[in-house]
Design a protein around this ligand. Structure first.
Ligand code: SF4
Length: 306
């Protein structure tokens, strides 16, 4: 019994360390937090936003820069929303917070015809309210709890249904140029966040209160990723690395690379194309972020010579 408790504790410490390290790496790489920032942390009551707040609160205690956090929850008046959970949790932490009450649920129900998807209007309304709240609170940054798997799912959704190579950026400026949005969990794996929130026993609020079915396509992609992650450990890491390692000259977007002016001038190019060499495919996909999860034989893939 004692040894089981000890091993769980060790497991939790490793997990917490990994999540904190990944958040630190993302913040540094994209310069997400600067001295004097007042960061509005959007808290939905799901595992991701609880994890985000937990890690940022910890970071605040030792970061070399000074920044403030204010947690914000938007109560969209969905039926059955347990209003007391977040205020009680935030008060127990002693965190500054604001609960914004706006009945977007009724607006969406009234405007969107029965059977049509509600998420587009709901998200637009929510975004507007959160931006307005950030201005009222004089927040310099808005932090969202999207993680690596959300980013990859969005990439695939955009490729499958939108015809765009577009994911979710770790940092962006809002379309009106007024707000900077950051995603400090951008490098964190969803499965780590799930385990972390179980260990921490966050008071999770169910996310299906609106009854929307829209996320079915996202769920299908999630299921595909879960299957890949089992069969090919490291594939998710490799896909995410690809997002940070883009070669516009090897895609087909002529607005990103000037193909029209491309001509052979006889001079060797450092990143020039070898054209006829096979793509370098490793024998195994290795998950480099998790020493505990070694790739097994099932992850060995056949190389098809190109
Ligand atoms: S799932 Fe529900 S709460 Fe979330 S964006 Fe869609 S309609 Fe809104």
């Amino acid at each position: 019994m004692q040894s089981q408790i000890k091993s769980e504790k060790t497991h939790f410490n490793k997990l917490q360390k990994r999540l904190r390290r990944e958040v630190g790496r993302a913040i540094a790489e994209y310069n997400m937090i600067e001295d004097g920032d007042r960061i509005m942390v959007c808290l939905s009551g799901g595992k991701d936003s609880y994890t985000l707040l937990d890690i940022l609160l910890n970071l605040k205690t030792y970061a070399p820069v000074n920044f403030d956090l204010i947690a914000v929850n938007l109560d969209q008046k969905q039926p059955g929303f347990p209003e007391h959970i977040l205020p009680e949790y935030l008060e127990s932490l002693g965190v500054e917070y604001r609960i914004v009450e706006e009945d977007t649920y009724s607006i969406v129900k009234e405007k969107v015809p029965e059977g049509k998807t509600t998420c587009a209007l709901c998200s637009r309304l929510r975004r507007g309210i959160l931006y307005r709240t950030a201005t009222e609170l004089k927040a310099t940054k808005i932090a969202l709890g999207h993680h690596r798997d959300d980013i990859l799912e969005t990439l695939f959704l955009n490729m499958f249904y939108g015809g765009k190579m577009k994911a979710m950026p770790p940092k962006l400026v809002s379309d009106d140029g007024q707000h900077t949005v950051i995603r400090p969990l951008a490098f964190c794996r969803e499965k780590d966040i799930v385990r972390f929130s179980e260990f921490k026993e966050f008071p999770i609020i169910p996310c299906n209160l609106c009854g929307s079915q829209e996320n079915l396509q996202r769920q299908a992609i999630k299921a595909m990723f879960t299957e890949w992650d089992k069969r090919f450990p490291g594939r998710m890491e490799s896909m995410f690395r690809a997002l940070r390692n883009v070669a516009p000259s090897h895609l087909a977007d002529s607005s990103l690379f000037d193909f029209k002016s491309l001509t052979a001038d006889g001079k060797p190019m450092e990143d020039g194309d070898t054209a006829f060499d096979p793509v370098d495919v490793p024998l195994t996909f290795k998950d480099e972020t998790d020493e505990e999860e070694k790739p097994d034989q099932a992850s060995i893939v056949n190389i098809v010579n190109l």
